[in-house]
Write a protein that binds this ligand. Structure first.
Ligand code: ZN
Length: 291
């Protein structure tokens, strides 16, 4: 599933190539329903012959700003958005699951492929940040809004496990299953520790590690993108660097205990019961920072 780092990588590529210099000539919708109906009329009325003023991201939504509103694209579980060249002014033959093409005036087109159709292509009038799918989202993890004061306040009295808490996009966006597991391991926090019981030190450490792990993944984004569409369910995400994700029953890289797994909100979660516990006498003395 494309996570925030993959979407950020797509964004950077698109921004460099088409933002603020390219107009849309035509949109071809072959399959009108992804997760929601594609608002064909709105798109035809608002983006044809219009310049893409800016492209940005909020959570995992790509936001294409036009004069009268914003086109939103979400890649869902399996979506791929690619900028491709026209050949003799023509698009290449669409393959199965190539649901939408957006033809641009610079001899290229955007193609949205989404086999599982959990993605979205939507239109928002006016202020996109007030749009129904965006207005409730928590802060961007790499922004200064995601800081100690914010998280401490949010965690106050929360009787839910910390992993579930950070994976809820109302609290912070982008801490998907992989990144939540990795950042909790780096912070030596048990994934089921109650949110309200985190110490100030743990809160600071967790914020630092969520930012660190996402930045690393974004940096690795180029190679990631190539991988994730080819491999079913198995992420290509800087995989060799993952410390707990997908490593159940293997040795902890710190203490060599066998990593355990549990299900949290239906998602497999791998952790080290030795490193990620509150027992001050834990034999896990070696600093994770040294890895
Ligand atoms: Zn360990």
């Amino acid at each position: 599933m494309p996570e925030l780092p993959e979407v950020e990588t797509v964004l950077q590529g698109l921004k460099a190539n088409i933002a603020d210099k390219t107009k849309v000539e035509k949109i071809i919708i072959r399959f009108p329903k992804l997760r929601w109906d594609i608002p064909e009329q709105d798109l035809n009325n608002n983006i044809i012959d219009q310049k893409i003023l800016n492209i940005s991201r909020r959570g995992k939504y790509l936001l294409f700003k036009f004069k009268t509103g914003t086109m939103l694209i979400h890649l869902g579980m399996s979506g791929v958005l690619k900028l491709q060249p026209l050949s003799n002014g023509k698009i290449s033959e669409p393959l199965k699951h190539d649901h939408v093409d957006i033809i641009l005036n610079n001899n290229s087109f955007l193609r949205l492929n989404d086999p599982r159709r959990f993605g979205a292509l939507l239109w928002a009038k006016g202020d996109v940040f007030q749009y129904k799918l965006l207005h409730h989202l928590g802060p961007e993890p790499l922004s200064s809004d995601f800081n100690f004061e914010y998280l401490k306040n949010k965690l106050n009295n929360k009787n839910i496990g910390i992993k579930k808490f950070i994976m809820d996009s109302k609290n912070v966006v982008g801490a998907g299953n992989i990144y939540a597991q990795e950042s909790l391991f780096l912070s030596k926090i048990h994934p089921e520790k109650l949110a309200k019981n985190l110490s100030d030190f743990e809160i600071k450490d967790l914020i630092k590690n969520i930012k660190l792990i996402l930045k690393k993944a974004i940096k690795a984004g180029g190679t990631t993108l190539k991988d994730y569409k080819n491999s079913e369910g198995k992420p290509g995400y800087f995989q060799q660097e993952l410390l707990v994700y997908g490593r159940a029953n293997q040795k902890c890289v710190i203490c060599e205990n066998i990593l355990k797994e549990l299900k949290i909100a239906g998602r497999t979660t791998v952790y080290c019961s030795n490193c990620q516990n509150d027992d001050k006498n834990s034999s896990c003395k070696k600093s994770i920072k040294s890895i």
